[in-house]
Design a protein around this ligand. Structure first.
Ligand code: CO
Length: 183
């Protein structure tokens, strides 16, 4: 299992800026194991007791590149109010359609590789349809919205070397705010 300090930081690593490579199947056992560990890490990070005891930040998404593995896969784990998790293990994703409507996260997006406050809005599609493969190479299609849609777009950006501050207008961090819905 990896630790918080194994997650690459934007200030120290250029790897985060590289484009990850398509995964071929069958997937390396090592990578399948890594994926499972990534899910476990995110689950634990959303456990308040565990997170405060171990001084780790809560996260709902993590891409392989954040652990130095330049392959196109990421995981999402999102704890719902009833305590269960919405989880995805996503390999070679492609956005095949998106809403016209744009949204942004009111309190700002977070990233386990960015340990500073970043002001401004990150425009995201409100709804996206994503085609991807699971770890066994089965093709899946998912239609997602709101937070989950933002999370997928954030992680797909990671696979292309893009970090969320890149999507904030440098001159006017709140540009076009009135044209988007906040969530
Ligand atoms: Co991130």
């Amino acid at each position: 299992m990896f630790k918080q300090c194994d997650i690459l930081d934007e200030k120290k690593s250029k790897t985060l800026r590289q484009v990850s490579k398509e995964v071929t199947f069958p997937m390396d056992e090592k990578d399948v194991l890594l994926m499972n560990n990534m899910v476990m890490y995110l689950r634990l990070s959303q456990d308040e007791d565990y997170a405060s005891k171990n001084d780790i930040r809560a996260g709902m998404g993590l891409s392989a590149v954040q652990l130095g593995v330049l392959k196109r896969f990421f995981v999402i784990s999102y704890k719902k109010e009833d305590g269960t998790f919405d989880e995805f293990k996503v390999v070679n994703p492609k956005i095949i359609s998106n809403s016209e409507e744009l949204i942004y996260v009111e309190e700002g997006e977070g990233c386990l590789s960015i340990n500073r406050y970043v002001e401004g809005i990150v425009p995201r599609y409100a709804r996206v349809t994503v085609e991807y493969y699971d770890e066994y190479g089965n093709k899946k299609t998912v239609r997602i919205r709101e937070e989950m849609a933002v999370a997928f777009q954030h992680e797909i950006d990671h696979l292309n070397g893009i970090l969320f501050p890149d999507r904030i207008d440098k001159k006017n961090p709140f540009k076009d705010q009135d044209k988007m819905r906040s969530i």
